[in-house]
Write a protein that binds this ligand. Sequence first.
Ligand code: H57
Length: 436
Amino acid sequence: AGAQKKITDETEAQKKERMAWWAHDRFGMFIHWGLYALPARHEWVKQRERMTDEQYQVYFDEFNPDLYNPKQWAKQAKKAGMKYAVITTKHHEGFCLFDSEFTDYKSTNTKAGRDLIAEFVEAFRAEGLKVGFYYSLIDWHHPDFTIDRIHPQRIDEGSEADYDAVNKGRDMKKYRKYLFNQVRELLTNYGKIDIIWFDFSYPGKNGKGKDDWNSVELLKMARELQPGIIVDNRLDLNDYADGADFETPEQVKTEELAKYKGKMWETCQTFSGSWGYYRDENTWKSQRQLLDLLITSVANGGNLLLNVGPTGRGEFDYRAINALDGLGGWMHANSRSVYGCTFAPEDYKAPTGTKLTYNPETNRLYLHLFEYPSSGRLVLPGYKNKIRYTQFLHDNSEIGISAEGPSGTLKNEDLILLLPEQKPGMEIPVVEITLK
Ligand code: H57
């Protein structure tokens, strides 16, 4: 039911072709950068602490990213194995990293003195990475954006009258004009843009959704300006069959990703909890947790968009660099189990302690050994007569298989993988199984 109406006349086959690179590449970098890098205590700081524009102004005045070098960012993303990047051109705070004609609240008017998005696009393209723009539908700075009860600014437990007073003279119609103007600029002035990531709708009483953004027309405009562009699902267009290209499970646990299997989806995840640079946050994910997010995404047919929050000086924090380097080390040896891969066909079950990905082009399975069997023996249930060759992915060293169980314990249709007793020096080793 539902999802019958259509906005464009694109066919399913055309959509599949448009999204082929995205479904293949699997791994991208999210970048949340804005004035909130200065308070360095969450990108929602203005809303959370009920700051006024005047209180927030100091971050605009002091914004001075003297070490900003997007060529370095692009190299770090590429080295980590990422194939695309999505950057906040404007987050909820309303500050624009690009030179918009329609506001003064932009990087060109800060000490940075230039269009930071233009440099970003050039640098990432030069490294062969695809480029995406995040654009916040919410705007806590624009004078026409109405303040609502879902995400109150300045007033908390206000009465109807308090909200009416604070919203007097605010006009969402004018905000919509601004929104359209800026999205038009972003999709006109920077060459080919591969993704647009709108954030976010919260429809319902006191909320904001498709009528507030004029989402149908916004999506039409985006597709007209950039015919190949891929659009997220946060415009509140669930009633339309083609109102979104992919789902965006945000910060969900690995165990919950299985339910997206079969859809087009991308989970966005942080290193430490917040999206913007948060100096004192001590909840950084381990290397193993990050690899688990990547592998589990691919094992369920989805993408991982992993976020970095650069500092106020325009650099990646050392903890982010360490994490990216670690991922890069693993990807250097194992990226064949990620690119072009998806979930395994139903016949192939992942033994306990492992996760499976599959490349339909090469007909190879990738067995990720999250738990390494201490004996070196691992039962592959129902795999008998289906395997042509097995090797470790990181060094192409052959791995034996046997149909003989230790004491007649093996079921007739099973096989045993004869792994070395000693686990290779790799956080999560991968066995490449070429099927017949
Ligand atoms: O940019 C990042 C991420 C990609 N999306 C932004 C975050 O800053 C928002 C994430 N959090 C969503 C959120 C926060 C408060 C509640 C939702 C409807 C009713 C209540 C909620 C929405 Fe609000």
